[in-house]
Each structure stands twice: as C-alpha cells, then as structure tokens.
Design a protein around this ligand. Structure first.
Ligand code: RTP
Ligand code: MG
Length: 133
C-alpha cells in the first residue's frame, strides 16, 4: 500500500472541479485518507515548490498557488503515486490525453488544475508541509 499527495490548485477550486476530481480518484479505487480547503502561506508554497526555485516560471507559480484556496489531499492505494499521476495527465494540458484531469479541464501549463506528487518520498515531504507542519 502506498500514500500520495494531490492538491486541487486555485483554478480547479474556482472553476468548481473539486467534486469531479475527488470522484475520479475514488472511482479508480484510491482511498481518501484526509483533505482540507486552505490557502497556502508563502512559506508553505516555497517549500512545496522548492525544486523549481530559480526557474523563470517560479515567481508566477508561487503567486498563482497562493492566489486562493486549494484542496490538498492524501490518497492511499497500490501504486498510488503512479496511479494518480496517470489520472492527472501530462503537465501541459494541451499534451494531456483527453480523459485525464488536465486533458479534460486545463488549457495552459501555468493553470493546470491539480498537482500530484511524483514519488513516495516527495509525497511524504509534501504531506508534512501541508498537513502536519
Ligand atoms: P505538479 O508538480 O504541479 O503536479 O506538476 P508536474 O509535476 O506535472 O510539473 P512540474 O515540472 O513539477 O512543474 C510544477 C508546475 O509548475 C508549472 N510550470 N510552468 N514552463 C512553464 O511555464 C511551467 N513549467 C511548469 C506547472 O503549473 C506545473 O504543474
Ligand atoms: Mg511536479
């Protein structure tokens, strides 16, 4: 059994996609362990996206992810990281396959609806940053 961390981004919340996104994860067989509706602090956002610090899109990314409430969640199931990333689709919604969350709801890479941890280690770090720190 594996745990992962996913988070509906401010655009997904503003556009009313929370219910559909959670439903897709549940129907896939992933178990919802915890979730909440919160606006990230600047410190939480910086820790969450530490790997992207210094990149040209970093400032816009931090500005965007703190621009309104997000829905962070912990999901559990066999291969939860890979399974959730498959449902989420490619980073660029234009390249994400129809049927994936980004493929169905997103248009631009800067507002791509949802985040999904890319490894179990990063999932643990992201969970600690937003659920337990
Ligand atoms: P995420 O972390 O949000 O689940 O997305 P990801 O793994 O698919 O993509 P990653 O490389 O980790 O990038 C994190 C977020 O930064 C934004 N981004 N913008 N060229 C750009 O303007 C650019 N590249 C990445 C995206 O919102 C991406 O989700
Ligand atoms: Mg990533």
């Amino acid at each position: 059994m594996e745990r992962t961390f996913c988070m509906v981004k401010p655009d997904g919340v503003r556009r009313g996609c929370i219910g559909d996104i959670i439903s897709r994860f549940e129907c896939k067989g992933l178990r919802l362990v915890d979730l909440k509706l919160v606006t990230l602090t600047a410190d939480q956002a910086a820790r969450h996206y530490a790997e992207h610090q210094g990149k040209d899109f970093y400032d816009d990314l931090i500005q965007f992810i703190t621009s309104g409430p997000v829905v962070p969640m912990i999901l559990e199931g066999p291969n939860a990281v890979a399974a959730s990333r498959a449902l989420i689709g490619a980073t660029d919604p234009l390249k994400a396959a129809p049927g994936t969350i980004r493929g169905d709801y997103g248009l631009t890479v800067s507002e791509n609806i949802i985040h999904g941890a890319d490894s179990p280690e990063n999932a643990d770090r992201e969970i600690a940053n937003i659920f337990t720190l």
